[in-house]
Design a protein around this ligand. Sequence first.
Ligand code: GH3
Ligand code: MG
Ligand code: MG
Length: 329
Amino acid sequence: MFLGGFLDPTVLIQGVILALLLILAEWLLHVLQGMFDYILIIIGFIIAVIIMLVSGKVFNGLQISLALPILVSMFYFNSKRLWFAGLTTLIGFAILYMLLATIREQVSLYDLIAVVAMIVAISVIGHAVRMRGIEQLQLLERAVSSEQELFMDTIALEYTSKQDHLTGLYNHITFHEYLDSLIQQHETNGLPLQLAIIDIDNFKEVNDTFGHQLGDEVLRKLSMLLNTSISSDDFVARYGGEEFTMILTGKSQEQSLLMVDGVRERIANIDFTELGHHIVTVSIGMTDYVNGMGKDLLFQKADALLYQAKLLGKNRTMADFDKESTHGY
Ligand code: GH3
Ligand code: MG
Ligand code: MG
């Protein structure tokens, strides 16, 4: 039957031999791969010997071809291979000199010394070239890595110069830069733009009651909440002390107001266990950018609205476009 052919002992033996041959071939390939450089050096030596044997009688001084394997080994920039090439050439030449009369006829005593000196000299030069190459490579590596470090430092510096150290939010300067560019975008393409100024209520009292360190902790927590409450179109910064600014873009006045007042509400609901469940609130003044208004007026209007929110009892959002006139308590 079909399987019967495979169970035949001769076919089985052939199969096993074939499999063993395949394994052997695979193993040889694996071993030879690692030896490839050495084989190439030996081939260089064999070529040199062939040149000497074939043409040595006609042309004088062909012993120079013994430099070939050493030159081959220099390609690898590896001291083991250089030593191997130098010693193989030297020992190989010595054996050939002793065994083959043809070689002895070509090489006088003077030539013999010259050939040995040449092999040694070329080996030494090979090592020197390798050392010099490694030195240059290290120099290059150092230059590249210091350039990389400089690049990383510049990025880190740029990042930290834009950030407020305590809260990690953008700082005052960055806020102004950003607002300038957004106002320009509003003037050219009518990008909807609102500014909110957020001020913590009675923060002095928090500091006085719980200490400056816990006050800092409150600033950090509020900053985190502000940062996670905005969308990717918006921007929040620590304007100074316990004041924050928020720029909202691409949204209607109502959408922005809803978002900002939602933040106010969430802040009032934070449970500060470290402050004995003391409630921290904020007041917010908010206004919409109108064409040609300019940054100063925008800021003044938002600030005046914040002042009103404080006067009206704090923990509220005041926006001049708000139909309910005030949000909050
Ligand atoms: P209001 O409701 O009117 O805003 O009252 P307030 O107490 O918040 O306002 P005031 O301007 O009188 O006080 C602000 C306080 O913020 C005073 C200052 O010590 C505190 N403050 C400013 N920067 C920091 C800071 O980095 N860390 C801490 N812990 N406190 C700060
Ligand atoms: Mg203040
Ligand atoms: Mg305050």
